[in-house]
Structure formats: C-alpha cells, structure tokens
Design a binder for this molecule. Structure first.
Ligand SMILES: *[C@@H]1O[C@H](CO)[C@@H](O)[C@H](O)[C@H]1NC(C)=O
Ligand SMILES: *[C@@H]1O[C@H](CO)[C@@H](O)[C@H](O)[C@H]1NC(C)=O
Ligand SMILES: *[C@@H]1O[C@H](CO)[C@@H](O)[C@H](O)[C@H]1NC(C)=O
Ligand SMILES: *[C@@H]1O[C@H](CO)[C@@H](O)[C@H](O)[C@H]1NC(C)=O
Ligand SMILES: *[C@@H]1O[C@H](CO)[C@@H](O)[C@H](O)[C@H]1NC(C)=O
Ligand SMILES: CC(=O)N[C@H]1CO[C@H](CO)[C@@H](O)[C@@H]1O
Length: 482
C-alpha cells in the first residue's frame, strides 16, 4: 500500500519537475525580455496601482507564462516588448488604480514599443488627488504609439499637452469624460494619421483650431459636451473621409459652412445645443450619405423650404427642433423613405401639415408641437395608433384633429377636435351672449375628449374617475358663480 503511494508520489514529483524545468527553459530561451523593459513595466504599473503591487513576485514573466491582464507583448529583434497597456476595471482581474497616490512614472516612456495605452476609471478624485497628463517625453513614443485613451477619469485635470503633436503615428485619440480643460492644441492638427479624435465630455474652451482640415484620414470627430466657442473653421470641409461629426453641447456660433458640401461620406452630423445662426445652408443637401442630421437648439432661423430635402435619401433621423424655423413644412420631406424620426417642434412653422408625411414607411416619431400650424391633421387613425405617444402636436392653437380620430384610442395629446373649432368659428358670428353660454355648455359636454387628448385616454379604467372630477368641477364652478 505504502509502496504504491510512494511510487505515485515519485512519479508525480518527477513529472512536475520536468514541467518546471521545461517552463524555465522556455522562458529563458524562447521569451527573453530585457531587464530594463521588465523594470519599466513594473514601475509604470506600480505608479498607478500602488507600491504594494509587487510585479516581480506576482508576474515574474509578464510576456510569457505569467501574463498580466491588460498587458500584451510582441517580439522585436528577438526580445519581448510591451505593446499594449490597459489600466482600469474592464475585466475581473484587471489592473485597478489605487485610490491613493497616482503618478506617471518616467519609466512609462521607456516602453519603447508601446502601441496602445488606455486608462479607464483610473484617476477618480479631482479634488484630493488630481493628476495631469505629463507634458514631456512623448517624443520617446512618437514612432510606436497608435492609440491613446483616457476614459471616465474625473481626476485627470489640466490641458492636453501640445507635445501630443509629436505622436505622428497616432490613429486614435480618445479623451472621453475626464476633467480636462483649456484650449485644444493646434498641434493635434499635425496628427495626419488620426482616424478617431474624441474629446467629448471635458471642459475644453476656446476655438477649434483651423488646421484640422489636414486630418484627411479622420473618420470620427467628437468634440461634444465641452465649452468650445467661436466659429467653425472653414477647413472642416477638407476632412473628406469623415463619417461622424459631433460637436453638440458647446457655445459654437456663426454660420453653417458652405464647405459641408465636400463631406460626401458623412453619416452623422450633430450640432445641437450651440449658437449657430443665419439659416439652413444649401451645402446640407449635398451631404448625400447623411443618416442623422441633428441641428436642434440653435437660433438658426430660416425657411425649411429653401433646401432640397429629397436629396438626403439616406436620412433616418432629422431633428430640427427649437431652431426658430419659419415657413411651411416642405412636402419634399415625404420623399425621405428611410426617415424614422422627424422633430420639428418648438419652431415657428406655419401652414398645414401635409398628409403625405403618413406615407413615410419607417416613420415612428413625429414631433410638431410648439409651432403655429393650422387646419386639420389628415392622418389616419392607424397612423396615430402606430406613433402613439411619439406623435406630438400640442401647442399649435389653430391645429385640430378630425372627430373620427377623437373617438379612437390614440387621440393625440393636447390637440383639439376640428368640430369644436368649427362650431366656435361659426358661433362667433352669432350674438355674443348666446355664444358664451352655448360654447360653455359644449365645452362641458366635450371635456372628456379634451382630457382624452391630454394623453390619459389609454387608461380606460380612469374613465369613472374623470367623470367624478368633472362633476366636482361643475359643483365648484357653480359655487364660484354664486
Ligand atoms: C517583491 O518580491 C520579490 C520577490 O518575491 C522580493 O524579493 C522583493 O523584496 C519584493 N519587493 C517588495 C517591494 O516587496
Ligand atoms: C469650463 O470652462 C469655462 C471657461 O474656461 C469656465 O468658465 C467654466 O466654469 C468651466 N466649467 C466647469 C464645469 O468647470
Ligand atoms: C467614401 O466612402 C467610399 C466607400 O466606403 C470610399 O470608397 C471612399 O474612398 C470614401 N471617400 C473618401 C473621400 O474617403
Ligand atoms: C411667428 O411667425 C408669425 C408670422 O410670421 C409672426 O407674427 C410671429 O411673431 C412669429 N413668432 C415668433 C415667436 O417668432
Ligand atoms: C350637452 O349635453 C347635455 C346632456 O347630454 C345636452 O342636454 C346639451 O344639449 C348638450 N350641449 C350641447 C351644446 O350639445
Ligand atoms: C366625442 C363626443 O362625444 N363629442 C361630442 C362633443 O359635443 C358635440 C356637441 O355637443 C357632440 O355632437 C359630440 O358628439
């Protein structure tokens, strides 16, 4: 018995010894790593996760048999080098930043083959432990670095260092939702290989530099949710390959550019919540690839009919609310067969609502509220049914819906029935005393409809309750009268 156990034990020992030997042989012969590179990696990580992290004991062979989550390596000239460094809680066993002292150690810049670096949820305390992006030494990474990302780091403050301009192989710069501020350095315009430039959700201020037109490979430009001001640089039109431009939620002003017409591949343009003025420009209708055009909340003004909307055949979302637009809603909108969302609310649009809009096969949200539209909305019950609460037309005093729709389950919120209006118009012509009386009665008889139109109609159970409210209202009214 004992003997068998011993034999098994010895066999196991021999087996595991071979394995250790084999592993050591592999790590020394097949995956050598320069000592300087190894130390640079440990020290860099320690700067972010804290001194208690002992890399050499936890991960003696980080590019070989003891990999670190978030770190990748590659072989150059027969040695392993770190190419990817991701810090932050992405996976369960990711490197997580310390909540005490955090720093960029100078050794970070010795990782000379570093291609991709990212910091997510790392620098958290803008008040007690703010950290800034180092200003020097980036030239050491200028050949290698292709992607740099700081995302959700409220404790990362200060400016974008102008020395980022040396990172000439950079293809992606994402500085999303940090505490960064100051101007966007003009040097960023030198990074001609950039495909993605995201500076959203910081507090950058000042102008957009006027040399960004040189970024001819750029696909995504997102400067949204900052404090940028000034006008759009004319060179924007030179970013001919760009797919998405989002500069919403800033203080940008001036005219929309004629140069937009060169942006033939643009699928998204979001300029909402700025101070753009001076009307819709015809260059908009030349961006044939546009799928989403969002210009809302700008004092733009102008007449929608000046554009050939039918040219924007790919449009899926058209959001033009709160822009001081005048004139009638152009019928050409009904040629945008892919349109799913049309927001024209809170403008000064006049005239009738074209029944042709119903023919848009994909439309499932239509907002017309807060305008000066008039007449009968000639959509079918089925259309109102399809849109439900995604149809808005309230606050158009002269607009009404046919009685037939009023009796259905999808009475549009806050729009009165046409019949009542006609009655009133008719009654105005008869004597005033009678009118007031009769019209008062009529209003009472139709109150249920009015309430229905305020959006409560769907809850049939409330019917009784509303009746009680109406009776109470009657009593209350009589009380006041007497
Ligand atoms: C880290 O671990 C190594 C090997 O286990 C040990 O020699 C060294 O003293 C440790 N360093 C620190 C700072 O604890
Ligand atoms: C953003 O920057 C502007 C201009 O520098 C400043 O006035 C404003 O207070 C800042 N906003 C925040 C939220 O820090
Ligand atoms: C626009 O997109 C097309 C198709 O994806 C591509 O072939 C073309 O090169 C792009 N144009 C520019 C200017 O990048
Ligand atoms: C809307 O347009 C009408 C008619 O052009 C004009 O009288 C009115 O002042 C405008 N309202 C606003 C808020 O601009
Ligand atoms: C309102 O309803 C009452 C009771 O059903 C009816 O007597 C009255 O004529 C109606 N008023 C009008 C204006 O139709
Ligand atoms: C839907 C509905 O009941 N509407 C009524 C509103 O009041 C007028 C005149 O009193 C009636 O003819 C409608 O039937």
């Amino acid at each position: 018995m004992n003997c068998i156990i011993s034999v098994i034990f010895v066999t196991f020992t021999i087996l595991s010894m071979t394995q250790v030997f084999y592993a050591q042989e592999e790590s020394s012969d097949v995956t050598p790593m320069e000592k300087q590179e190894l130390q640079a990696l440990y020290s860099t990580i320690q700067g972010f996760v804290g001194d208690s992290w002992n890399g050499s004991s936890l991960y003696p062979d980080p590019c070989g048999w003891s990999p670190i989550q978030g770190v990748s390596c590659d072989i150059f000239n027969g040695f392993w080098y770190v190419t990817v460094l991701n810090i932050g809680p992405i996976h369960d066993n990711s490197l997580v930043c310390s909540d005490e002292k955090l720093e960029f150690r100078p050794e970070f810049f010795n990782l000379k083959y570093l291609k991709v670096v990212s910091f997510f949820n790392c620098f958290q305390s803008p008040n007690s432990l703010p950290v800034s992006i180092p200003t020097g030494n980036w030239e050491k990474l200028s050949e290698s670095l292709e992607s740099i990302e700081f995302r959700s780091n409220p404790g990362l403050i200060g400016n974008i260092p102008p020395s980022f301009g040396v990172l000439k192989n950079l293809q992606s710069m994402v500085l999303l939702e940090n505490g960064l501020s100051g101007r966007i350095p003009i040097e960023i315009g030198n990074l001609v290989k950039l495909k993605r430039l995201v500076l959203s959700g910081n507090n950058f201020s000042g102008d957009i530099p006027d040399n960004f037109g040189g970024l001819t490979d750029l696909l995504i430009l997102d400067f949204s949710r900052n404090s940028l001001s000034g006008t759009l640089p004319l060179t924007f039109g030179k970013m001919s390959s760009v797919l998405k431009i989002d500069i919403s939620h800033n203080f940008l002003e001036g005219k929309l550019l004629d140069e937009f017409s060169s942006l033939k591949n643009l699928t998204l343009m979001d300029l909402r919540n700025n101070r753009f003025c001076c009307g819709l420009v015809n260059s908009l209708e030349e961006m044939n690839s546009l799928e989403e055009l969002v210009l809302s909340n700008n004092p733009l003004g102008g007449d929608m009919r000046n554009l050939k909307w039918e040219n924007l055949k790919n449009l899926v979302i058209l959001e033009l609310s709160n822009m001081e637009l005048r004139g009638e809603i152009p019928e050409s909108l009904s040629e945008l067969k892919r349109l799913r969302f049309l927001g024209l609310n809170d403008n000064n649009l006049t005239g009738k609502v074209s029944p042709k809009l119903e023919s848009l096969p994909s439309l499932n949200a239509l907002y017309l509220s807060g305008n000066n539209l008039k007449g009968e909305i000639q959509f079918s019950k089925g259309f109102f049914g399809k849109l439900g609460r995604r149809f808005g037309a309230w606050s158009n005093p002269k607009l009404c819906v046919p009685l037939g729709v009023m009796s259905s389950n999808n009475v549009p919120f806050g729009v009165k029935p046409c019949h009542q209006q006609d009655e009133e118009v008719h009654l105005v012509k008869s004597n005033a005393k009678k009118e007031r009386k009769v019209s008062g009665d009529m209003n009472m008889n139709n109150t249920s409809n009015f309430i229905g139109s305020m959006g409560f109609s769907s809850s049939a159970n409330c019917g009784n309750l509303w009746w009680i409210f109406m009776v109470l209202g009657l009593v209350f009214n009589s009380y006041i009268v007497f």
